[in-house]
Design a protein around this ligand. Structure first.
Ligand code: PEP
Ligand code: MG
Length: 841
């Protein structure tokens, strides 16, 4: 380590120097690593965060000793070196030390043209970035005596001073300008947005210039050894003869790196240098344990490595790179797992808007279900179905969706709603289906009459117009955009397999249909944690029977409708059991209020009256009678099960008959039956008595023994508080954190989207509690419920099946609280799996 008495904060980077990321930044540390690998890195000096901070504060040291490191006629560059390269920093400044004398000398050694170019570029960079003069006055492209003279003159006119000729002055001012720009408010806000702490430091590296200009082969380039979009092995990059820095690398005359039919390549032009670069690429992959992009120059035929940074990458490339490194034994599997941000996996599971394309966003909402899709706008589910029948992709745009829209959602390729939040109907169903979805897009309003939507800015979109829903960002875009396809490749599968080995909390899926169950299995779910049976009743033929059941005037009529539903439900369950091949399947008994199954529009009511052979007025009256002021807190869940017990009887029978049949054909099945919206022990007792009776009847009828497990959904605060006595009757307690959050906060899950943005923005809630579990409030209820449940029944199985089950932070909470498993939408299973695995690293 070499230090100067007056200015103790600079260090010459050598293999053994005392350089650390936390004091000098990532670039300085990386340069040291490259030196340790014996790469031909030019001499470099590192300035610490402290030194740069003091420079910004006006305590400018004598920098003569730094320049002295670079010989009698120094020519250097300065680059930023922050702790995390993603936090940005001021741009590099090259050729510090250029002045009239050097200009003349260089003209002798590397030629007039090259010397002119270097001098002009330096004057321009200094004027714009250091003296902060108007860039328009320093935009000459051609370098010549004339343009240099003009630039010098312009500088003098604007500053009333001659362009500084002394390298010490030049470097001092460059350091001061870079240090100050880091401390500026805009730069600070920008990096804080990327996660940098308020007091993040900046280091600077001063490096001997490597010319890239002059006689013999000289130039600059960048090279990397994987494709940034896919992560596949592939040499990519650019090289430009007679150039410096990265600026020129997109212009004319750029060479390809490998042989290419489209033009000349570095491989042919400078084969030795190319081979040397390949060697350094492999060495840095092995020793730095990362795919690096190398910035290099060729100086009179000799390679110099100026810098190396982690290759920029998409999420799918990140997965492939990490898995390939682990498969090549360069990093352990655990590290591959640790390197992937769980949420990034959703990018691999769905089509995504290509980040390189243009976006014309017309409205923003809550990013409720990831992925993107393009289609024609439809405003009704019927139109969505008609569109699907024509084979035309469509986007269902609704004020909000109701269970009636399920068929429309199946038919659509994405959903956009004006209202709603993370756990509103549209959001939950879309996530289950893996359908891109934006909810709570309150900046638009729908006009049913004219079949159009109007944005707050006055843009109008009509039925049939093409739009794109980007459910990952919450942006609805006009027209079609370029997409990236999902990438469920072998790297993804390997990563998930490794993650599975590390997981110590179970991951199940919320799956309502055979298709969901298949997806869940494909993604490695360990069973179904929640099958919302009501979603099975929305297919055309069933809906009619369901409505007949609701409208039945006598117990006999009701029984007859339920008799028709029974075989359909039995078939549903047989399919689920068969797909899950002996893995647990937890079926929730009917939950929503009955009126959700009834039509709300006049046309719908008329149609229903026709189907049932009843006068319209009767149907309307009946629908009105079923309407509740607050249906989410009304006649739903177990309350319905106790008031109209025949529905649960039918479901239990369907489950048990399916159990017998599926067990005869394949793996033995022990179904789990779950009672929703419980708030009192007695509710469980009443339902349990009836279900036990149905089980006994089916056993007798079929002459078969089977087991089943009865559990309770804890989704009212009272159920959590009374979990002790409830657990006496329940083999498992599954916390429905959607309703539990709704009821704990007294916050409607369907309406919260309207103000959630403002609430989070103003810091009322740190985050949307329907998205990330509120560990302080709802979490305390989970703790209480778990503790009391376990105390009463030590073997009770505990789980979370609300949307939080797929949220990495919430999974960490559940694991710590000793839950046995979480259950989330099938498409979130991989994310949950990786997040859970990372908790064990
Ligand atoms: C819940 O309330 O958390 C839950 C899983 O049930 P649903 O979302 O169907 O109300
Ligand atoms: Mg619920």
């Amino acid at each position: 380590m070499q230090k100067h008495a007056d200015f103790s904060e600079f260090t010459v980077i050598t293999p053994s120097a005392d350089i650390s990321v936390s004091r000098h930044g990532g670039r300085a540390k990386c340069l040291q690593r490259l030196l340790r690998l014996e790469m031909p890195v030019p001499r470099t000096v590192a300035l610490s965060f402290d030194a740069v901070h003091r420079i910004a504060a006006g305590q400018i040291p004598d920098i003569t000793p730094i320049l002295a490191e670079f010989g009698p006629a120094p020519l250097v560059s300065v680059r930023p070196s922050s702790e995390d390269p993603d936090w940005g920093g001021p741009g590099a400044i090259l050729n510090i030390g250029m002045n009239a004398v050097r200009h003349r000398e260089l003209a002798e050694t590397i030629g007039q043209a090259a010397a002119d170019l270097i001098y002009l570029r330096f004057i321009q960079a200094y004027a714009i970035h250091v003296a902060r003069l108007d860039p328009d006055q320093f935009d000459a492209e051609e370098a010549s005596e004339v343009t240099i003279h003009e630039a010098l003159l312009a500088y003098e006119e604007e500053t009333d001073e001659a362009f500084p000729q002394d390298p010490v002055v030049q470097l001092t001012e460059v350091l001061r300008a870079m240090a100050r720009s880091w401390e500026g408010t805009t730069a600070r806000l920008l990096r804080q947005a990327k996660g940098a702490p308020a007091d993040a430091g900046l280091g600077l590296v001063v490096q001997e210039m490597s010319m890239g200009l002059g006689p013999a082969e000289s130039g600059s380039g960048v090279i990397q050894f994987v494709d940034s979009a896919t992560g596949q092995s592939q040499v990519t990059g650019r090289y430009l003869s007679q150039s410096q820095g990265r600026e020129g690398l997109s212009g004319e005359g750029v060479l390809y790196l490998t042989r290419d039919a489209r033009g000349r390549s570095l491989e042919e032009h400078c084969p030795e240098v190319f081979q040397e670069l390949l060697k350094w690429g492999e060495i840095s992959r092995q020793r730095l344990r990362e795919e690096m992009e190398i910035e290099f120059t060729i100086e009179a035929g000799a390679l110099r490595v100026l810098d190396a940074v982690r290759v920029n990458r998409t999420s799918r490339a990140a997965v492939r790179i990490a898995v390939a490194l682990a498969e090549d034994w360069i990093i352990p599997r655990e590290e591959a797992i640790a390197r992937i941000e769980p949420r990034a996996l959703t990018e691999l599971l769905h089509s995504q808007v290509d980040p390189r394309g243009k976006r014309d966003c017309f409205v923003k909402g809550i990013a409720a279900s990831p992925g993107a899709a393009t289609g024609r706008i439809v405003f009704t589910s019927a139109a969505a179905q008609a569109s699907a029948a024509r084979g035309e992709a469509c986007i269902l745009v609704r004020r909000e969706t109701t269970p009636e829209d399920i068929r429309g959602m199946y038919a659509a390729c994405a959903v956009l709603t004006e209202r709603g939040g993370m756990t509103s109907h549209a959001a939950v169903i879309a996530r289950g289906l893996g359908l891109p979805c934006i909810v709570g897009a309150s900046g638009m309003s729908l006009d049913r009459r004219t079949k159009s939507l109007r944005t707050a800015e006055g843009r109008v979109f009509r039925e049939g117009d093409i739009i794109t829903v980007d459910g990952s960002s919450g942006q609805a875009l006009a027209g079609e955009v370029k997409m990236l396809k999902p990438a469920l490749d072998s790297a993804f599968t390997s990563l998930l397999r490794w993650a599975e080995d590390l997981c110590d909390i179970g991951i199940r899926a919320n799956a309502d249909t055979p298709a969901d169950a298949q997806t869940a299995r494909n993604f490695g779910a360990e069973g179904i944690g929640l099958c919302r049976t009501e979603h099975m009743f929305f297919e055309d033929d069933r809906l009619t029977v369901m409505r007949e059941m609701i409208f039945a005037n006598t117990p006999e009529d009701r029984a007859s409708a339920l008799d028709q539903l029974l075989p359909m439900q039995r078939m549903d369950f047989i399919q689920l059991f068969e797909i899950m091949q002996g893995q647990p399947v937890c079926i929730r008994l009917f939950d929503p209020p009955l009126h959700e199954f009834l039509p709300h529009s006049r046309d719908g009511l008329r149609e229903l009256a026709g189907a049932l052979g009843l006068p319209l007025s009767d149907v309307t009256r009946r629908v009105e009678a079923l309407t509740e002021f607050n249906p989410m807190l009304g006649m739903r869940g177990v309350r319905l099960g106790i008031t109209v017990p025949e529905i649960y009887d039918m479901q239990a029978r369907a489950i048990f008959e399916a159990t017998v049949e599926a067990s005869e054909r394949g793996d033995p099945v022990v179904p789990e039956i779950m009672i929703p919206l419980v708030s009192a022990k007695r509710e469980v007792e009443l339902v349990k008595t009836r279900i036990d009776a149905v089980a006994a009847a089916v056993r007798t009828e079929k002459g078969r023994a089977f087991d089943y497990r009865l559990g309770v959904m804890v989704e009212t605060p009272r159920a959590a508080l009374r979990a002790g006595e409830i657990a006496h009757h329940a083999a498992f307690l599954s916390f429905g954190t959607n309703d539990l959050t709704q009821m704990t906060y007294g916050l409607s899950r369907d309406d919260a989207g309207r103000f959630m943005g403002i609430y989070v923005q103003q810091g009322v809630f740190p985050e949307d509690p329907f998205h990330t579990l509120d560990v302080e409030g709802v979490g305390e209820l989970l703790h209480i419920g778990a503790e009391r449940g376990r105390a009463a029944r030590p073997d009770v199985v505990l789980s979370v099946c609300g949307e939080h089950g797929g949220n990495p932070e919430s999974i960490a909470f559940c694991r710590k609280a000793g839950f046995d498993y979480v259950s989330c939408s099938p498409f979130r299973v991989p994310v949950a799996r990786l997040a859970a695995a990372q908790l064990n690293l």
